[in-house]
Ligand binder design. Structure first.
Ligand code: HEM
Ligand code: HEM
Ligand SMILES: [Fe+2]
Length: 474
């Protein structure tokens, strides 16, 4: 490991972001679990916490969770690239606390103000009504400021250090759309097609462009630290990935324009370009596996390495393959908006987060100077979380295929067909199995949180007591 707490202030900022991100992950899991129980026992917790509120909590916290995790990861990794501390530490610390308070207040608003007329006032104070970014406008403004402070830290530090590496360039250029796309959360067009048209810019371009590039950059930085992969190799791969992401993902947005009132030419454009979208994701897997082989699987931090591999594979299979399955208009006609979509959504988002868990393990190794290799707790967390997620997305796909087949293909999308597909054994058992695997996933979360909280401390205690503790390979 080259840099051991060389940048204590930036790194303690990053640790704060990581801590909150792991706590928010817990909220996402609990809200998801309760929503999953609703699918099996529809009256569960109704009317105190109806499904609609649980789902909003689940997916809105999810976005903030992943954003904060990305910020923490870059705050941790980039000072070593710059060779100095971040320039806006004070601001980032202040906005961090405002962020936390905002999440708590917005969550309370969602839980306590569930119904009522939608007016200009409720748009500002209660709920903006746009999936994934439902937070009221005042809160959305705070998120935008938080992202702006993040951008300032990344760009400002680059200017101050005058050391802008290839990876840093990619990160900086990527922040421009990351910030501006969020502003699409604000206007409220009354024409639903226009509204959807722009909302997909936010959702699709975030996840399939800016997040993909962010993930690629994190993988590049982690590979250099974990395995000592040469800068030339990681940067070349990163450029190839970015070029492919842009070449396929920009017009790939058409896969969301099939049935929402956009012109028919999107059927061809969206189908063709989005079908190519798995290519950059494949590139990332090939790169990670190639590097692991090249270095004979010798790495300085085993959990970080496994989670990084989980990112590459989760991203390729969850986003690339599962996305590909439903992306051609001929298939999307049947799969659109079913549990099949939810299956892909879960797997793809999970792929993105695995990389952050990898960075958290790297950070803890530095921070606690811990012998991370001792003990098997992290392996349990890894196995339960990934096994639980694979089980959940498999079950959801089964339920979604039943919907596509019985409701859409055979039933012709009528309301009766919807009802009868929802009572088909494939659908019911699929959602039952999802709940079973959700419990496995939740157990994995508990183990992961315990491991992250105690890792260095626990191992030190064992080694003091004369137990087995191996130092991390340097
Ligand atoms: C115990 C774990 C989890 C359970 C039980 C769970 C359950 C659920 C449920 C019931 C929904 C609502 C689906 C619907 O409207 O029909 C949902 C939506 C969603 N969840 Fe989860 N979830 C879990 C973890 C996660 C994680 C870890 C992520 C991200 C990494 C995630 C991402 C999403 C997304 C993106 C949606 C919206 C998908 C859509 O509407 O198509 N979930 N989840
Ligand atoms: C990291 C990358 C990706 C993430 C995080 C992601 C996540 C998601 C999520 C959460 C949704 C549900 C949106 C909603 O609420 O309706 C979705 C929809 C969709 N995704 Fe992805 N995705 C990724 C990459 C891809 C790729 C590479 C493809 C194609 C090859 C793809 C194809 C689709 C399609 C076609 C839909 C719409 C499904 C429908 O019509 O209901 N996605 N994605
Ligand atoms: Fe998309």
């Amino acid at each position: 490991m080259q840099e051991r707490l060389s940048f204590p202030e930036s790194q303690s900022l990053a640790l704060k972001y990581f801590t909150v991100s792991v706590v928010l992950f817990g909220i996402v899991v609990v809200a998801g679990l309760l929503a999953a129980i609703d699918y099996v026992h529809p009256q569960f917790l109704y009317p105190a916490l109806p499904f609609s509120i649980l789902k909003i909590l689940h997916i809105d916290v999810l976005i903030i969770w992943i954003l904060m995790a990305f910020m923490g990861a870059l705050f941790w990794l980039l000072p070593a690239e710059y060779g100095r501390e971040l320039v806006g530490l004070k601001l980032a610390n202040i906005i961090f606390w405002i962020f936390c308070a905002t999440v708590l207040v917005v969550a309370a608003i969602f839980v306590f103000v569930q119904v009522g007329p939608g007016t200009e006032k409720t748009l500002w104070l209660v709920n903006q009504g746009r999936k994934y970014v439902e937070e009221p406008r005042w809160a959305a403004i705070i998120v935008a400021i938080g992202v702006a402070v993040f951008v300032y830290n990344i760009v400002g530090t680059a200017i101050a250090s005058k050391r802008v590496t290839g990876v840093v360039w990619v990160v900086i250029l990527n922040l421009v759309p990351l910030f501006f796309l969020y502003l699409i959360a604000f206007p409220a067009p009354t024409n639903i097609s226009v509204d959807q048209f722009w909302w997909w810019w936010l959702v699709h371009f975030w996840v399939e462009a800016t997040w993909e590039v962010m993930i690629g950059s994190i993988v590049a930085l982690v590979l250099m630290r974990l395995m000592g992969t040469s800068r030339r190799i990681v940067e070349t791969w990163l450029y190839i990935e970015v070029a492919l992401v842009l070449a396929t993902g920009v017009l790939g947005i058409g896969h969301h324009y099939f049935w929402m009132g956009a012109p028919a030419y999107w059927l061809g454009i969206g189908g063709f370009f989005s079908a190519l979208e798995p290519l950059p994701l494949l590139g990332m897997v090939v790169h990670a596996v190639y590097d692991a082989g090249e270095h004979h699987m010798k790495m300085t931090n085993e959990p970080a390495f496994y989670w990084m591999m989980a990112e590459a594979f989760g991203n390729f299979i969850g986003a690339g393959i599962f996305g590909f399955m439903i992306t051609l208009p001929q298939i999307n006609l049947f799969a659109h908006g079913t549990q099949w979509t939810a299956s892909h959504g879960h797997f793809a988002m999970w792929g993105a987060y695995c990389g952050v868990i990898s960075v958290i393990y790297l950070a803890l190794q530095d921070h606690r100077r811990a012998a991370l290799f001792a003990g098997a707790t992290w392996k349990w967390g890894f196995a339960l979380l990934n096994g639980g997620m694979i089980g959940m997305v498999g079950s959801l796909m089964m339920a979604g295929m039943a919907q596509a087949f019985y409701e859409r293909a055979i039933g012709g999308s009528t309301f009766n067909a919807f009802v009868s597909a929802s009572s088909s054994p494939w659908f019911i058992e699929g959602l039952g199995m999802r709940l079973v695997f959700a419990i496995v996933f939740t157990a994995g979360y508990v183990v992961l949180a315990y491991d992250l909280l105690t890792i260095g401390k626990r191992v030190l205690e064992t080694s003091r007591a004369g137990g087995p503790a191996r130092a991390p390979a340097e």
